[in-house]
Design a protein around this ligand. Structure first.
Ligand SMILES: Nc1ncnc2c1ncn2[C@@H]1O[C@H](COP(=O)(O)OP(=O)(O)O)[C@@H](O)[C@H]1O
Ligand SMILES: [Mg+2]
Length: 238
């Protein structure tokens, strides 16, 4: 039955404790790393007239693979030579500081609350060209912070042709103001885990994004193997 299958494939919360799996960095010659390079090529082909300098990664619900996808995509672009700034805007379930082993004393929350300057909170990683703004300490008002103009300042600050800001936002169904972020970025990528996401939840999330005129440049279907081996397929949907 569909429901039990969905339950069986429901994902865990390990990434908040240990970070996500950076296959693209650890196994650059693997099939998965190759799939990320294909996704990157598809993004540039489908937006050939629009140099995409900022992207938002979201999905309908938590634990659907957003951070895994966003972080590996960030690594893939950085290895290609783009100056990448990965922003962890999922303040309810932050992972980037764990994934890249960084301090989280300063980060997006302290930038948005006016306690840190962007240039003080941004951190280098061990991967060339990849910089990260971690979530920062989780504030009680996490949801209202995302509508903050200072997030736009980050996108505007890294606006050179070679820059790419990738924002990992909370799931739109559980934190509706996450969709606001779509209005300040050049494109939104929607992650749909096969056999995990429920159709009506995905529909609800996409409707929410369309209502606010998000530029959804593509959808990624992940976890498409029954045995949950990491698999990604990119679909152009504009
Ligand atoms: N393609 C995939 N195949 C199998 N497991 C995955 C895949 N992507 C993510 N996961 C696992 O799912 C869990 C949630 O992933 P994460 O990227 O943190 O989701 P989100 O950011 O949407 O909350 C993690 O334990 C992660 O290792
Ligand atoms: Mg996440």
């Amino acid at each position: 039955m569909k429901t039990s299958k969905n339950k069986a494939k429901k994902l865990n919360n390990d990434s908040t404790k240990y970070g996500v799996n950076l296959v693209s960095d650890l196994y650059p010659t693997s099939d998965i790393a190759e799939q990320f390079r294909t996704v990157m090529t598809n993004i540039s082909f489908t937006n050939v007239n629009d140099n995409i300098k900022s992207l938002m990664i979201t999905s309908g619900d938590p634990s659907e693979g957003k951070s895994t996808f966003g972080s590996n995509l960030a690594v893939t672009y950085a290895k290609q030579g783009r100056n990448v700034i990965l922003v962890d805007a999922d303040m309810r379930k932050p992972t980037a500081h764990k994934t890249f082993n960084l301090s989280n004393r300063e980060g997006l929350s302290t930038i948005l609350s006016g306690h840190s300057k962007i240039e003080d909170a941004i951190k280098y990683t061990t991967i060339d060209n990849l910089n990260v703004i971690t979530s920062g300490p989780i504030p009680p008002n996490a949801s209202t912070l995302l509508g903050n103009r200072r997030l736009e300042d980050i996108v505007h600050k890294y606006n050179q042709p070679n820059d790419l800001v990738i924002i990992d936002v909370p799931p739109v169904n559980t934190m509706t103001d996450a969709s606001i972020v779509s209005t300040i970025v050049d494109g939104t990528i929607f992650v749909v885990p096969q056999g995990v996401a429920e159709k009506k939840r995905t529909k609800l999330a996409v409707e929410q994004l369309k209502k606010i005129n998000a530029n959804i440049i593509g959808a990624v279907m992940n976890m498409s193997e029954d045995d949950l081996t990491d698999n990604y397929y990119y679909y152009y949907s504009k």
